[in-house]
Design a protein around this ligand. Structure first.
Ligand code: GDP
Ligand code: MG
Length: 394
């Protein structure tokens, strides 16, 4: 769950995705220009967005522009990347957590390879909903627009998005940026923002999930048990709830005997809060940072999964040589690290630095793992790869 920069509005993280030159940056600039009129954004020019500063996230260099605007309902934190490689790294490394995406497809081109690749990754990082902006409508006839929409709806279905309910907006980002008042101009941007408000979801839903607390720290309370601390990532815990401690091959039943927030006893804690939970009768010796405390029966211990992994280049601080199957290293995820073996997909002989591929990962010890979680792999304390869990394997 994220906090809003506009305190009275819920925050929603979004980003433009789509093939190079389809108009992602032009649309991003147009949104800020149109919403500036009502004081809901400050105009950020195309050039300012496109020379996004280099950022080092998890050791990788990624160029991303962070743009901010509001509708009447929400605050939007919007990312736009200048290059295709930046999108890949941004999504695989989990650098910007997207709640929803804006897919931009140029009508004169239709869907292209990067459209498909971004859709696949968007799905893999756990984004379930997106809105589509069919751009460059000024360049084509009406019947072409219809064909492109049909084609993109089919593509959405292929990647597991709801092809029927996904909103499509047709317009011209360039006309909107120039202040044009025809339907493809400024009004198309207002239609887009309305569709985002209506269709994309804010992350508040995480209160409905069974609770999950990755353990940051723990200490002994003589005569009573142990207190585990951390930030609750999802759900609600009530005093007396049945819970389970999982991680490093261990699985133990526990009870949330008492709850504390800022050293005050409370009867209920919810996602986003930093909590201390007393587990009566649990000995400190069995606890380890990186274990998870969760609602009883809600999680399993896992040690094999499929992932999309990006192998960093030498210039990014990574390896100069490729890796081959049965590559053994240390995997870092949230607050824990465990030895792992990485196997390339069947038939692949090697993976080169700068490539991203599907790999199969086996952990030496079983942990709690969730699809869409990101991880890094380090060699002698240097990050050489980042990845995202796409599928839990039996
Ligand atoms: P990106 O690579 O997806 O960020 O694409 P850009 O926003 O950089 O746009 C690529 C090119 O398409 C630029 O020259 C834009 O001026 C142009 N462009 C963007 N939107 C439109 C549009 O609606 N109509 C026309 N005719 N050109 C557009
Ligand atoms: Mg761009």
């Amino acid at each position: 769950c994220s906090q809003s920069a506009t305190p009275d509005l819920p925050n929603c993280n979004v980003g433009t995705i789509g093939h190079v030159d389809h108009g992602k940056t032009t649309l991003t600039a147009a949104i800020t220009r149109v919403l500036q009129k009502t004081g809901q954004s400050s105009f950020v020019s195309y050039d300012q967005i496109d020379k996004a500063p280099e950022e080092k996230k998890r050791g990788i260099t990624i160029n991303t522009a962070h743009i901010s605007y509001s509708s009447t309902l929400r605050h939007y934190a919007h990312t736009d990347c200048p290059g295709h490689a930046d999108y890949i790294k941004n999504m695989i490394s989990g650098a910007s957590q997207m709640d929803g995406a804006i897919l931009v497809v140029a009508a004169n081109d239709g869907q292209m390879p990067q459209t498909r690749e971004h859709l696949l990754l968007t799905r893999q990082i756990g984004v379930k909903k997106l809105v589509v902006y069919i751009n460059k409508a000024d360049l084509v006839d009406e019947d072409v627009l219809e064909l492109v929409e049909l084609e993109v709806r089919e593509l959405l279905d292929h990647f597991g998005f709801d092809e029927d309910s996904t909103p499509f907006i047709t317009g011209s980002a360039l006309l909107a940026l120039q202040g044009d008042q025809s339907p493809y101009g400024e009004p198309s941007v207002l239609r887009l923002v309305a569709a985002m408000d209506d269709y994309l979801e804010t992350p508040s839903r995480c209160l409905d999930s069974p609770f999950l607390l990755p353990i940051d720290n723990y200490f002994n309370v003589p005569g009573r048990g142990s207190v585990v601390t951390g930030t609750l990532v999802q759900g609600v815990v009530r005093k007396g709830d049945n819970a389970e401690l999982l991680g490093y091959d261990k699985q133990l039943k526990a009870v949330a005997s008492s709850l504390q927030v800022f050293k005050k006893n409370v009867s209920r804690v919810e996602a986003g809060e930093n909590v201390g939970i007393l587990l009566r009768g649990i000995r400190m010796e069995i606890l380890e940072r990186g274990m998870v405390l969760c609602a009883f029966g809600s999680q399993n211990l896992i040690n094999r999964f499929e992932a999309t992994m990006y192998l960093m280049t030498k210039a990014e601080g990574g390896r100069s040589r490729p890796i081959t199957s049965a590559y053994i290293q240390q995997l870092f995820c949230q607050t824990w690290n465990v030895a792992c073996r990485i196997d390339l997909s069947k038939g692949a002989k090697m993976m080169m630095p700068g490539d991203h591929e599907t790999v199969e990962v086996t952990l030496l010890e079983k942990m709690v793992l969730l699809p869409s979680q990101s991880f890094t792999v380090r060699e002698n304390n240097v990050t050489i790869a980042t990845g995202i869990i796409t599928k839990i394997l039996p």
